[in-house]
Design a protein around this ligand. Structure first.
Ligand SMILES: [Zn+2]
Ligand SMILES: [Zn+2]
Length: 366
């Protein structure tokens, strides 16, 4: 409780609010102090509410509309090189990258494309997670820099949104199990970022749902659930937002960033009349997936749906504040020849061949 009080004080203090803004590195602190960018969560609509209550939570963040593009765009760090081995297809046009013809490869993520296709790229640059054999927790799939959202989610969401959110029943209509499994395998285990242009939109949606369901700890872990439930019991919108902010700050970063990213995506889906997925429908579809299903019963499901509705009703600016874009660590760009994981495998393969060589020398000496 003391920690929460401290956080509340920190968030209310002007200096720390300024620190919150540094994530928006393209905007100066001065521009953020502009009154037009302030959001006063004030049910009475009077402007001086925050002046009357010095100790109250006053969220100040740049206004973001659900329709505005995600803040996740990170520039690829391209290297031009000709390959003399099979490097697969171009992520943009899905045509083969020809033998010996110079093509582009990103140093930070496993993306490859033709030089002429680079200007049309819509795929985000999501650095690979550090090589690990352990898989199952959300943190095993996220990049080592913020925003920590798994590439699978970002690539599927970007492709779904690039199609204009015109298809009815996104996340409600199902796809075949085989298609989802194949796509999931490509996105999680593939050597290069796959081309998603030929995938059915419902398969992309099901892939996101299936991934969230497969996590060892759900997106909103059990221990954090009471913090979110508490927010739904408050009546003052400002108090709700303050409680949600505290609940979000307490979440592990991978969970916080992914939840914020998905909230912005689902808000855009709810805003599109053609999709016919209201906030209520989205809450019904995702409530069992986002929370722990250890004690799955009707009253819990109703409660989780209520929590999800409250989350979806928060402003886009509230969610966007959690999605800071950090540049990739220099370590991920050190290797100039292959991206990190390939390098990891190739160096171990190299060591294996050295060991085999010495073993054969010993055998010869015998
Ligand atoms: Zn191409
Ligand atoms: Zn990249």
């Amino acid at each position: 409780m003391q920690a929460k009080d401290r956080l509340r004080r920190e968030y209310s203090s002007f200096n720390d609010l300024s620190r919150q803004f540094r994530m928006y590195d393209e905007q100066s602190i001065d521009s953020l102090l502009d009154d037009r960018l302030r959001i006063h969560m004030n049910p009475n609509g009077s402007d001086d509410m925050s002046l009357q209550r010095d100790d109250c939570y006053t969220p100040i963040y740049p206004a973001a509309h659900p329709q505005s593009p995600l803040l996740l765009l990170r520039q690829h760090n391209f290297k031009l090189r000709a390959y003399y081995s099979n490097v697969g297809n171009c992520v943009q046009c899905n045509k083969r990258i020809r033998f010996g013809v110079p093509s582009l490869r990103c140093r930070d993520c496993p993306l490859r494309c033709h030089t002429e296709c680079s200007s049309q790229l819509t795929v985000n640059c999501i650095p690979q997670p550090l090589a690990s054999t352990k898989r199952g927790h959300l943190s095993d799939y996220v990049p080592h820099v913020a925003p920590m959202v798994p590439a699978l989610i970002v690539h599927c969401v970007t492709e779904i949104e690039a199609r204009g959110l015109e298809q009815e029943g996104l996340y409600r209509v199902s796809s075949t199990r085989d298609k989802v499994k194949r796509l999931r395998h490509k996105l999680l285990r593939g050597k290069a970022t796959p081309h998603l242009g030929d995938k059915d939109t419902h398969t992309l949606c099901c892939c996101v749902k299936d991934f969230l369901r497969s996590l060892e700890r759900p997106l909103i872990p059990m221990y954090h659930r009471p913090d979110f439930v508490l927010a739904t019991q408050l009546s003052d919108p400002l108090a709700v937002e303050e409680q949600l902010y505290l609940a979000m700050v307490d979440l592990p970063q991978a969970h916080r960033d992914t939840l914020a990213y998905l909230m912005l995506h689902w808000q855009r889906i709810a805003e599109s009349p053609a999709v016919k997925m209201s906030i209520n429908n989205i809450a019904v579809v995702f409530a069992p997936t986002l929370f722990d299903d250890v004690d799955l019963n009707l009253s819990n499901i109703v409660l989780w749906q209520q929590v999800l509705r409250v989350l979806l009703l928060q402003s886009a600016g509230f969610w966007a504040q959690f999605l800071a874009v950090e540049p990739p660590l220099p370590a991920s760009s050190l290797d100039d020849d292959e991206w990190k994981r390939e390098n990891y495998h190739s160096s171990s393969a190299h060591w294996q061949s050295v060991k085999t060589y010495f073993r054969s020398m010993v055998n010869l000496a015998d």
